[in-house]
Design a protein around this ligand. Sequence first.
Ligand SMILES: Cc1cc2nc3c(=O)[nH]c(=O)nc-3n(C[C@H](O)[C@H](O)[C@H](O)COP(=O)(O)OP(=O)(O)OC[C@H]3O[C@@H](n4cnc5c(N)ncnc54)[C@H](O)[C@@H]3O)c2cc1C
Length: 288
Amino acid sequence: MIAHSFEYLVPTSLGDAVNLLQKHAGRAKILAGGHSLIPMMKLRLAAPEFLIDIGRIPELSYLKEDTGKIRIGALTTHYAVETSDIIQRRLSALADAAGLIGDVQVRNKGTIGGSIAHADPAADYPASLLAFDATIVTLGPKGERQLPASKFFVDMMTTALDQNEIVREIQVPVPSAKIGSAYLKMAQKASGFAICGVAAVVELGSRGALSNVAVGITGGSTPAFRATKTEAALKGQKPSANVVKAACDKAGDGIIALDDIHASADYRIDLARIYARRALEAAISRAS
Ligand SMILES: Cc1cc2nc3c(=O)[nH]c(=O)nc-3n(C[C@H](O)[C@H](O)[C@H](O)COP(=O)(O)OP(=O)(O)OC[C@H]3O[C@@H](n4cnc5c(N)ncnc54)[C@H](O)[C@@H]3O)c2cc1C
């Protein structure tokens, strides 16, 4: 199908983009990589009167380590996240997630800010952003806000972003050098989206016990969530195969799992348990 007609606006600074969004409040949409918005417009699920293309704002595209934080500009592509030396060394689960998104065309055009603003329930990033305790920095007419990932993702295609706000940056606290992390998923074969994807972050203490554990799960339920019972069952434990398996059996406890043409709710809960175990095993081997 062909999208509704719209006016195309190209700001060259972040301030101009925020002003345009406010000027056309409720009638405009930000265009980043276009890999979710353009299909939505062609299907007439979205019909903005104004498209504000932020693709020519260089100040939104960067990846750097700065005073205890790793800062990722909203316009950073999935490919840049996947191949970044800082992300591979410090936040390998996030590099894994970026490298598993769609195909190379999607990864070259799609952006981390666009992905999290879109909030597809099967998107890959939320699992890692939750597990790393990331903060989403937004900018709007009233200034900047800092939202923990756990508050940013609200529901299916719904975030805490106000309609006049832009995602500016994702911040992740620099983790200790002793952590290991990994992201694994069961992908929907045609698109690559996560039927269930799990990010695990672990820290091994001096006696080989897990001093910190975080497990984020996407695709299983909406919004993405932390498997807190699995985390609690593992903290302070030596991670033998039996201990990890028993903890992962709790990974889907208490969730209302998604149930659709791709997978039933029961199957998704099984996937959450299995992929939690596999992601934890991979994270532990990277921490050792
Ligand atoms: C074939 C295909 C396969 C895919 N497979 C996967 C997959 O396996 N895993 C996965 O996670 N994703 C997948 N995606 C989605 C892909 O990752 C998109 O790139 C991403 O969801 C949206 O990013 P974008 O930069 O393209 O955003 P756009 O499409 O430009 O925008 C998406 C939405 O976010 C808003 N937006 C964009 N940037 C900002 C910003 N900075 N501030 C505020 N609002 C903003 C837009 O207004 C729009 O509502 C796939 C997409 C396609 C087409």
